[in-house]
Write a protein that binds this ligand. Structure first.
Ligand code: ATP
Ligand code: MG
Length: 246
């Protein structure tokens, strides 16, 4: 669904993200982990064509066989960010927002209502939430609403950048539960950026470890957690005591 080859993002002469090879297949969950500033967000933004003008991008990124996947943003590919409330128009009820987004994609009336109902059910939200304004919902509800919006628009891949790190622990758990359910039951593909190795080990099929703009290790999650090859990966794992024993 997403295929990255020899991606290099530079600002001036500094390489801020170099990703030789990254694939997200149907129904797969791929996680990118690594310290702050390692190039994780840059990689997601490159896929969606949302990088700053100062950045030069080389290499190839394909999604669904399309050479410039930015055209699939908001339809087949959705971005879910750290604090979704900031991305929702404050003066618009969530129902209006959803209806307008669907209308932009030519989905109206009965079809829009059906999709909305199904998407809310998939993220375990009540229809009542549609009457509320963004400031009237919790962070976890806003994050689940962002997922519902993506689903209603027909997303097949979710790019999630630290989707739980702005939330408190109990709310994190509900967002993770919904994300895992969408991935496992609905076959949604996920490219997840997270600092949270416990979350990554519980949901990801494949892990990419980045440091200083470079991929230091990449492989199947179970294998990587059991036998990390790179010293840096071992450090990350050692710093996460709550990981289940491999
Ligand atoms: N527009 C920009 N101009 C200059 N430097 C930038 C720009 N965007 C990102 N960078 C630099 O690129 C590097 C990678 O940034 P990026 O946001 O991808 O890191 P990250 O891995 O997502 O970090 P975090 O975990 O803190 O979110 C950082 O050193 C950052 O300062
Ligand atoms: Mg980031």
């Amino acid at each position: 669904m997403i295929e990255i080859r020899d991606l290099e993002v530079r600002i001036g002469d500094r390489v801020i993200a170099a990703v030789p090879h990254l694939d997200v297949g149907p129904g797969q969950c791929v996680a990118i982990v690594g310290e702050s500033g390692s190039g994780k967000t840059t990689t997601l933004l490159a896929i969606l064509g949302l990088l700053d003008e100062a950045a030069t991008v080389t290499g190839s990124i394909e999604a669904f066989g399309v050479r410039s996947p930015s055209t699939l943003r908001g339809s087949k590919i959705a971005l879910v960010m750290q604090s979704p409330q900031g991305a929702l128009t404050p003066t618009m009820r969530l129902g209006t927002l959803l209806r307008r987004a669907l209308a932009l994609h030519g989905v109206r009336g009965r079809a829009a209502a059906d999709r909305t109902r199904q998407a809310l059910r998939d993220v375990l939200l009540e229809d009542e939430i549609l009457r509320r304004y963004p400031h009237q919902v919790s962070g976890g509800q806003a994050q689940r609403f962002a997922l519902a919006l993506a689903l209603a628009l027909g997303a097949e891949v979710i790019l999630a950048d630290e989707p739980t790190s702005a939330l408190d622990v109990t709310v994190q758990a509900e967002v993770v539960a919904v994300l895992r359910r969408l991935h496992e039951e609905r076959g949604l593909a996920v490219l997840l950026v997270s600092h949270d190795l416990a979350l990554v080990s519980s949901i990801a099929d494949h892990v990419v470890v980045m440091k200083d703009g470079q991929v230091v290790e990449s492989g199947p999650a179970a294998e990587m957690f059991a036998h990390p090859a790179a010293g840096y990966t071992r450090e990350l794992i050692a710093a996460t005591p709550e990981l289940p024993d491999a």
